[in-house]
Structure formats: structure tokens, C-alpha cells
Write a protein that binds this ligand. Structure first.
Ligand code: GTP
Ligand code: MG
Length: 451
């Protein structure tokens, strides 16, 4: 759909930069070589002063008025796309927007594809691919944590990192290729390993650290997945309802009430969280319920954190205990019904809580505990990290090649050199410098129109 060829960049595009619908003000943005003529024709005047908001009447081809608008003219290269750009701040009614769009069509401009403005900015060197992705994430940010992370990436946080990696690779390459071209003596490989080895070793450590922490960045972007599991009637649905502050799931004293997964979206420690209430775990001959149990276990397996709910009065080991991982939560519910000291599963690696979904007892601690875990395990770090599968893929390939280059230093320096070039290419892909039209299409087509 979004197959922009390079030649398409010669035309002039327009799109609404604000959402569709009625609003006080709407902003129409245009970019491209005909922007200049378009502005002069629409305003029937010479161009306003660059970057100064100027009130102008807008008219169509037949000179009938469209609206009064603030016009801002950004001559190339000092604009978002690097091309000539203009913005019309018009009254935000669908009729005004339509009249202006029609006038722009009649001038021979065309509607921008999703992400086309950003793609032009990228192609004109206004930002690298990771900064463009940061911009897209900033527009999509729902929580403050997402905003911080996106802003950091948009400001070049990730670029700073990969520039350092690139310079480390280039340093090593200089050694390796220097030695291959001008072999001194017999002990070339040893000398090489001595000189380039430590740098490459450090670099591979840095890359693997970035990969290890990439989960955080992706969690901030997509949210943290928490699954509530446990036997029927333990109170899972009552708990999710209290956490959500609404009746999201049906509660009843009939065992096996919840069958489908009920998802509640919330925010914990500035991160988006998807909390899932699931079917009670038990052996059952009911086909529908059995399917619910299957889905519950799948969801638990995929989740970042599991909350196992156990009726505080129960004396046997709860089903679902085997799905718990270190650091998961064990929650004894129905504290109001007595048994203040549940015997349960003695396991130090699980956080244990005693609550009552009926009275609300213990919920404060539970929420604080959840927030702490989300922040510590999944929250953003101060460093800009890898936030997408695409980033991780490039860095993983770079790391593999750097590691191979390191291993080959003293055995086969030519191979080291070749591997370092592969690593360099992976970094170029990360930056969006390699010729990767397909990747660009994918990244930019996920932008909204007008960006
Ligand atoms: N006294 C008391 N009753 C509770 C508490 N939490 C839940 N209940 C009751 O226990 C019964 C089951 O609650 P649910 O929230 O539907 O339990 P569930 O784990 O979702 O059950 P399934 O969906 O069948 O797996 C209902 O009658 C609730 O009112 C609690 O803390 N104290
Ligand atoms: Mg339920």
C-alpha cells in the first residue's frame, strides 16, 4: 500500500496534522517543491515571512473564500521534512477541511501516505530511523513512561549508542585490515589479538547488555502482561474488579464462572499494563470450560508476571503452582473468612500477600508490590535502549559477528575482517542507512497520516 518510490518525493503532498472530526482549530500541512506556489495562490498574496504565523484569507481556484487561517511558511531546509513546508491553521470543521483539501487537489497536490512527512524528513537527513521511530512512539504514547522513553529515542539516545558501537567496530577493523594488508612478521595474529582483542571483547559485552535490557524498552512500548490464575472460586474475578475499580468480570459463587479471558488495561508505575482474569484451573469434562482452562494456562505462560490466587482456607497445594516462576505473586484471598496464617506453599522466591477482595484488606500492599515489580523489572532505565524487535534483530546480528570476529582474531584475521563488515552493516540497518526499502516501508507505514 505504502510503496513510495524515490521519484514520488518530487511531488507536493498535504495532510491534516490534527485528528479528523470537529475541533477549534485544525492544521493542514503541505510539503514539497510546489508549496511556495500553492501558498501564494491560496492566499492570493506573496509569501508570508518565514516561520511567522500570519493571518490570511484562503481562497479557492474560483476565488471564493474558504476560511481565514494562520499561515506559517517554512522554507527549505529549515522545516520538519527539510523541504518547503507550509501549515494552515484553519477552523476545525469537516466542511472547512474538505474545502481546503479540494482546493489543494485542484492545485495538483496529493494526499500524503501514512508516515510520508516523516519519511521525507528521514530521507532528507533530518533524523535517522531510530529517531523517526521515537517520534512515532511519542505520538502513540499513552503513559508518562512511554513518553519519556519515546522522547529520549527521538532526541537521538539510541543513535548516540550505536555511533559508539560503530566507532568501536571501525577501530577494530582498522587494526585487522592494517595487519592483513601489511603483514609484518610471523606473529601477526598474536599481535592482532593483543591490540584489537580487548576492544572487541568489550564491544560484544556492551551489545549483549543492550540486548539483555531490550525487554524493558519493549515492555514500556507495548505494556506489561500480568495474568491472574488460580482454582475456581478463589476470587480472581473479584480481585481484578477491585484493581480495575469496575465490574469488568462476572463474579459468582458458582465454580467455573469465568471462561473467556477478561482483559483490563491499567497503568502501574507509569507503564501500561494488561491484566488478565482467567478461567479457574481444574480438571473438567465440560468442553467449554476445558478450553477456558487451556487458554488460562497459555496466557499464564506468556505473561510477564503471574498472580496465583489461593483461597486462604485451602489446605492443599493449589493447581497452577507449577506455572509460577521466581518472582511471581502468591496471593491468599478471603482473609475476611479467617485463617490469618495460610500454610500454603513455602517458597521464598515468591512474593506473598494476604488480601480480601470482599473488604479490600491488603490491596494497598498488593498494588504497591505490583508497582514496585513493574518499575524494577520492566520500567525504563535512564539509558535509551532498544525498543523494537527490529532494533533487537540488528543488534543481535552485530553481536554475533563481533563475537565471531573476536574468536577469529588470532586464527583467521581475514574472517575477522569479514565479520566486522557484517557487524557494520547491521549497525547501518539499525540507523536506516543501508538500502532497506522494505524495512522503511514497514516502519513508516505504521505512522498515522499527517506525520
Ligand atoms: N468472603 C469473601 N468472599 C469472596 C472474596 N473474594 C471473592 N469472594 C466470593 O467468592 C466467590 C467466587 O468469586 P469469583 O471472583 O467469581 O472467583 P473466581 O476465582 O473468579 O472464580 P471462577 O471464575 O469460577 O474461576 C464469589 O461468591 C465472591 O463473592 C473475599 O475476599 N472474601
Ligand atoms: Mg472468575
Amino acid at each position: 500500500m505504502n510503496n513510495l518510490k524515490k521519484s514520488d518525493r518530487s511531488d507536493t503532498i498535504f495532510a491534516l496534522a490534527t485528528p479528523q472530526g470537529r475541533s477549534g482549530v485544525a492544521v493542514m500541512r503541505i510539503s514539497g517543491p510546489d508549496t511556495n506556489i500553492s501558498v501564494q495562490r491560496l492566499t492570493d498574496q506573496s509569501l508570508p515571512k518565514p516561520r511567522k504565523a500570519t493571518l490570511r484569507k484562503l481562497i479557492d481556484q474560483k476565488k471564493s473564500p474558504i476560511d481565514e487561517a494562520l499561515v506559517v511558511w517554512f522554507p527549505s531546509p529549515h522545516s520538519f521534512t527539510g523541504e518547503d513546508v507550509a501549515e494552515y491553521h484553519i477552523h476545525g470543521s469537516p466542511a472547512v477541511v474538505e474545502a481546503l483539501s479540494t482546493a489543494l487537489y485542484e492545485q495538483g497536490l496529493r494526499q500524503a501516505e501514512p508516515g510520508e512527512f516523516s519519511r521525507r524528513a528521514f530521507q532528507n537527513g533530518k533524523m535517522d530511523l531510530t529517531e523517526a521511530e521515537g517520534l512515532a512512539d511519542l505520538i502513540d504514547a499513552n503513559t508518562q513512561g512511554q513518553r519519556h522513553q519515546a522522547l529520549r529515542q527521538m532526541k537521538g539516545g539510541l543513535r548516540d549508542q550505536y555511533e559508539q558501537w560503530r566507532s568501536d567496530i571501525l577501530d577494530a577493523l582498522a587494526f585487522v585490515e592494517g595487519e592483513i594488508d601489511f603483514p609484518d612478521e610471523e606473529d601477526v595474529p598474536d599481535a592482532l589479538a593483543k591490540r584489537a582483542g580487548p576492544g572487541l571483547f568489550n564491544l560484544s559485552e556492551k551489545l549483549s547488555k543492550a540486548l539483555a535490557e531490550s525487554g524493558r524498552g519493549e515492555r514500556v512500548r507495548h505494556g506489561v502482561d500480568i495474568a491472574i490464575i488460580g482454582e475456581p472460586n478463589s476470587g480472581k474475578s473479584s480481585i481484578i474488579n477491585r484493581l480495575a475499580g469496575r465490574e469488568a468480570a462476572i463474579v459468582s459463587d458458582e465454580a467455573g464462572t469465568t471462561r473467556d479471558i477478561v482483559e483490563v488495561h491499567m497503568e502501574l508505575a507509569n507503564l501500561p499494563v494488561r491484566m488478565s482474569d482467567t478461567a479457574g484451573l481444574r480438571d473438567t469434562s465440560n468442553k467449554v470450560e476445558a478450553e477456558g482452562v487451556r487458554r488460562a494456562l497459555l496466557r499464564a505462560e506468556d505473561a510477564d508476571l503471574r498472580i496465583l490466587v489461593v483461597d486462604t482456607r485451602s489446605t492443599s497445594m493449589s493447581l497452577g503452582t507449577e506455572t509460577l516462576m521466581p518472582g511471581d505473586f502468591l496471593v491468599y484471598n478471603k482473609a475476611d473468612l479467617g485463617n490469618e496464617n495460610p500454610s500454603g506453599e513455602e517458597n521464598v522466591s515468591r512474593e506473598t500477600f494476604l488480601i480480601s477482595a470482599k473488604t479490600g484488606e491488603g490491596f494497598y500492599d498488593l498494588v504497591i508490590g505490583l508497582e514496585r515489580v513493574v518499575r524494577e523489572r520492566f520500567g525504563a532505565t535512564e539509558q535509551a535502549g532498544l525498543t523494537r524487535v527490529r532494533h533487537r534483530d540488528c543488534v543481535r546480528r552485530a553481536m554475533q559477528s563481533v563475537t565471531k570476529a573476536y574468536q577469529n582474531l588470532s586464527v583467521a584475521p581475514e574472517l575477522s575482517g569479514a565479520e566486522l563488515r557484517v557487524a557494520l552493516h547491521a549497525i547501518k540497518e539499525l540507523a536506516g542507512e543501508a538500502d532497506i526499502e522494505a524495512v522503511l516501508d514497514r516502519v513508516f507505514s505504521s505512522f498515522c497520516i499527517g506525520k
